[in-house]
Design a protein around this ligand. Structure first.
Ligand SMILES: [Zn+2]
Length: 295
């Protein structure tokens, strides 16, 4: 890790004007309406540098007692928190290093860190047929065009831009204990989460993409099996869960099988895919299939 002593002057020049509400990271319901606006994305390269990653370098995570040994130093955590608009006060915390994943803000920040640190392949890889949502593919492709991203650019840059242009702030809602997160008008409300297994990093990263998608994505519908009656599912893979599934698949396809965390991350991704596919009324037989690793 590079010592972090960077300073920043980034300010949010505009706020999302998306109107919608939804639940993600597991369960959800939402309605969305896009009003034309072009918020400035956070700087993916700067966030990576603040977290000690060289250009092109992807994180290598040690395994401790079968789990990813995640920790973020103060510079990285503070930077990601600012990019996300993390409302530290609502979490009863102050900006600083995070470790262990025992607090809700840790798990949110691990998700953001995964977006900047993990390999999701290229923009072209992300927008291929492994991303089953035509809505999501179109929206991400549109953003890539607006940002002048090339097909060979890292997909993480596109995902981080997507999340930081649509999410203005992340706030803890203690009343949501055990429930999913909510998106409303640029704010993501997250529940109390107190252990990494409750919200593992790849799930949180894809969950941030899911919540961001509520800014202008299609609304959820009731679940066909009658579960989650107050929230919702997607009718098929063409909507928000299909977009989240594409992110999980992209990470699986780009996973370096030699990395120390490969087995643990693949195991998490398999569970995450099953969870997301379970929120789709007609997911198709192959929804939860892990894609082969890209050569
Ligand atoms: Zn949702």
């Amino acid at each position: 890790m590079r010592p972090g002593n960077r300073t920043r002057t980034r300010t949010r020049t505009s706020s999302s004007v998306g109107v919608g509400m939804g639940v993600g990271m597991g369960v959800g319901m939402g309605m969305g309406l896009l009003v034309g606006c072009a918020p400035t994305p956070a700087d993916y390269g700067a966030a990576r540098a603040a977290c000690g990653l060289e250009p092109g370098e992807h994180a290598v995570v040690a395994i401790e007692e079968g789990r990813l040994d995640l920790s973020l130093d103060a510079t990285c955590a503070t930077w990601l928190g600012e990019d996300l608009g993390l409302d530290w006060e609502s979490f009863g915390a102050t900006p600083g290093p995070v470790a262990g994943g025992e607090h809700s803000q840790d798990l949110v920040l691990f998700g953001a860190w995964q977006l900047v640190a993990a390999d999701y392949g290229t923009v072209d890889d992300l927008l291929d047929e492994d991303l089953p949502s035509t809505w999501g593919r179109g929206a991400l492709d549109h953003l890539a065009g607006r940002l002048d991203l090339a097909g060979s650019d890292p997909a993480g840059a596109l995902l981080y831009a997507w999340v930081t242009t649509r999410i203005d702030q992340v706030v803890l809602d203690p009343e949501l204990e055990g429930a999913g997160a909510w998106f409303h008008a640029g704010t993501v409300w997250v529940p109390v989460m107190d252990h990494p297994g409750q919200a593992p990093p790849a799930w949180m990263a894809s969950g941030l993409v899911h919540e961001a998608a509520h800014a202008d994505g299609p609304a959820h519908v009731p679940c066909a099996d009658g579960s989650h009656p107050e929230v919702g599912c997607d009718p098929d893979l063409d909507e928000i869960y299909g977009t989240q599934i594409g992110v999980l698949r992209a990470q699986a396809a780009a996973l370096d099988p030699q990395a120390p965390h490969a087995a643990a991350t693949e195991s998490e991704l398999a569970q995450d895919l099953a969870m997301a596919c379970g929120m789709v009324n007609t997911p198709g037989a192959d929804c939860a299939r892990l894609p082969p690793t890209r050569p």
